[in-house]
Structures are given as C-alpha cells and as structure tokens.
Design a protein. Structure first.
Length: 65
C-alpha cells in the first residue's frame, strides 16, 4: 500500500513543465535538451513525456569532479 501512495505522489513520467521544474530550469531548456537528444523522451499520443530515471542519469552525467 505504501508503494502505491509513493507512486501517486511522484509519477515516473513527467511532462515538459514538470521536467523543467525537476531539473530547475525553464521549459525552453528542456525542449532544447530533447531536440538535441541529450535527454530521452517518449511521445504518448501528442504528449511529450520524460522518465524520471533518465533525468536522474542526465544529472549524474553533468556532475563535475
């Protein structure tokens, strides 16, 4: 039951606006990252979605030592 509550609170797929909030940037930056294929996206119908795990991988790849 706990996992269902967590899944509802934090969906795996995020729309463009949610992805921008998640990465603390603006919508245009997300669209540019999508167009340049720096972050994978899914198209479900007409909606562009981003997997939270892919965004986390992008964050980790951008970290500098």
């Amino acid at each position: 039951k706990n996992q269902v509550t967590l899944s509802a609170a934090q969906p795996r797929l995020l729309n463009v606006r949610q992805a921008a909030q998640y990465l603390a940037c603006n919508v245009n930056a997300i669209r540019q990252l999508q167009w340049s294929r720096a972050i994978p996206s899914l198209k479900i119908g007409k909606l562009i979605q981003f997997d939270r795990a892919d965004l986390d991988k992008f964050i980790d790849a951008q970290k500098q030592a």
